[in-house]
Every structure is written in structure tokens, then in C-alpha cells.
Design a protein around this ligand. Structure first.
Ligand code: CIR
Length: 261
């Protein structure tokens, strides 16, 4: 049966082994896997309430970070690029994601020595900003540019500090509007876009997931939510603090894409 026109999301369950996740900037603290799974379920309910059709990739309890599916692929209108994640322990996540994406998009794959995490890719129109990070290397930026150029995309590498992925620091919250933490990434890098800053007391609040004319946003960030709402942006707060202990934000838990009618 053909997929329904509209927005679709690929997601993957929280793994029983989530507590063994990769950590870079955060200290390891106990993670309540059941609570993380409940928060994930809340996020999926919010997606469905916004009209998104949700598809589950089979669970992978032996892959601690599998829930952070965003890092394993970048889905554009024309193709999906299956990444080669920067953390070697995460590379086994991609096969099942590729299989799940195949009915929706022609696939391209990234090969060694390239590494790139989807969390480092921010699309603004035909520009793909790619964070240079511990996960995304120079060969990854180059390979990504070569794979996307035939479809009219321009890759812009971006430096940032203080967090794991570019989209921990900056995300798109409306057409032409970015939400960012100026302590981690320079707004000057995104010429042509308007932007608003997170509240300084909420450094991780720059990660918002745009779904149509709304954004999913961590409920732990009310001060930044107020800033978004003051700009006329519809915010759907979702619980995400247990998943945040594994260094994941709200964008990390889905791959969102459109199926044309
Ligand atoms: C990792 O370090 O790979 C995971 N513990 C967290 C990944 C979060 N993904 C994202 O920000 N796109």
C-alpha cells in the first residue's frame, strides 16, 4: 500500500541498554530506562497529535543509543543519506534504518573514512549547515556535499563548541527563524536567517523539533518557551529530561520527512 501523503516519522524504541550510551559532554548519571521510554512515548503521542504518521524501526536492545535515530540518516526530499556515525559503537544502528527508509526515498550511503551524525545537519532551504564536531569529520563534510550537490544543495560547514551536535546548539523553528545558544554557535554564520536566543539559564533549550507550524520542545525549558511564544511560534512542550541524561534532545528521536500527495 502506498504511504499516506503528509508528514511521516521514523522512530526507534528506547533500548534496555540505554544506560550504556555514549557520553561526551555530560557526566554519567543513573538513567531510569522505563521513565525514558515513557517520555519517548509522550513524544510520539505529540507527533501523532500533530498529524504525523509514525513508523517504528524494530528495537535493538543491544545498541544503547538506537533511540537517537536522527544520527543514522539525513532525509531530504529527493534522497535519504544513510550516515556513517562518528561513534564506532553506533555504526550497527544504520542497517535497520536503511531498510525502513528504502520504501520512501532512494538511498545513498557514506563510506569510510567519512563520518557524519545526522544531529550535525541543519537544513535551511537549499542550504545544509553541517557542524564540524567530534562525530562529523572533514571527509564526512566532503562526502555529504558530493552526495547532495546534484540535487541543488549547498553545504556550509559550521564551527561550534560546548555541545555534542550542531543541532544541540541551533535548530530551525519557523521559515527563516532559528533558535540558538549564542554561547555555542555564532548567529553570524547563518546569514539570511532571523534568530532568537535561548534563555541563558537554559543552555540546552536550542534543540526544537519543527513539525509543520509547531515545534516540540523540552518541557524543562519554560523561559525559552516563553521567548518562542512571544515570537508567535506554537510550542508543544514534551518531557525529555531522562533522555537528556543520555545527551539526546527532541530532534534526535525521529527522522521526519514528507510524502508528497
Ligand atoms: C550519543 O552520544 O551518540 C548519544 N548518547 C546521544 C545522541 C544524541 N543525538 C543527537 O543529538 N542528534
Amino acid at each position: 500500500m502506498a504511504a499516506l501523503p503528509g508528514l511521516h516519522a521514523l522512530v526507534r524504541p528506547v533500548s534496555a541498554s540505554l544506560a550504556d550510551c555514549e557520553l561526551t559532554h555530560l557526566a554519567r548519571t543513573p538513567i531510569d530506562v522505563a521513565r525514558a521510554a515513557a517520555q519517548h512515548a509522550d513524544q510520539l503521542r505529540a507527533l501523532r497529535a500533530l498529524g504525523v504518521t509514525v513508523h517504528q524501526v524494530p528495537a535493538a536492545d543491544d545498541l544503547p543509543d538506537a533511540v537517537f535515530i536522527e544520527d543514522t540518516a539525513v532525509v531530504l526530499d529527493e534522497i535519504a543519506i544513510v550516515t556513517r556515525p562518528g561513534a564506532p559503537a553506533r555504526r550497527a544502528e544504520t542497517a535497520a534504518v536503511a531498510e525502513a527508509l528504502a520504501p520512501f526515498r532512494p538511498l545513498r550511503t557514506m563510506e569510510a573514512p567519512a563520518t557524519l551524525d545526522g544531529g550535525d545537519v541543519l537544513r535551511v532551504g537549499r542550504t545544509l549547515y553541517v557542524g564540524r564536531s567530534l562525530r562529523t569529520n572533514e571527509a564526512g563534510v566532503t562526502a555529504f556535499a558530493e552526495l547532495t550537490a546534484p540535487f541543488g544543495y549547498r553545504v556550509e560547514p559550521v564551527e561550534f563548541t560546548g555541545c555534542l551536535h550542531l543541532k544541540t546548539a541551533v535548530t530551525a523553528v519557523a521559515d527563516g527563524v532559528l533558535l540558538l545558544n549564542p554561547a555555542w554557535v555564532s548567529a553570524a554564520r547563518f546569514s539570511g536567517s532571523d534568530w532568537l536566543a535561548v534563555d541563558p539559564a537554559e543552555p540546552f533549550a536550542g534543540n526544537a523539533l519543527r513539525v509543520g507550524d509547531a515545534v516540540l520542545h523540552g518541557s524543562a525549558y519554560p523561559k525559552t518557551r516563553a521567548r518562542l511564544e512571544a515570537r508567535g511560534i506554537r510550542v508543544v512542550p514534551v518531557p525529555a529530561d531522562e533522555l537528556a541524561k543520555a545527551e539526546g534532545g527532541v530532534t534526535c528521536c525521529s527522522l521526519i520527512f514528507e510524502v508528497a500527495g
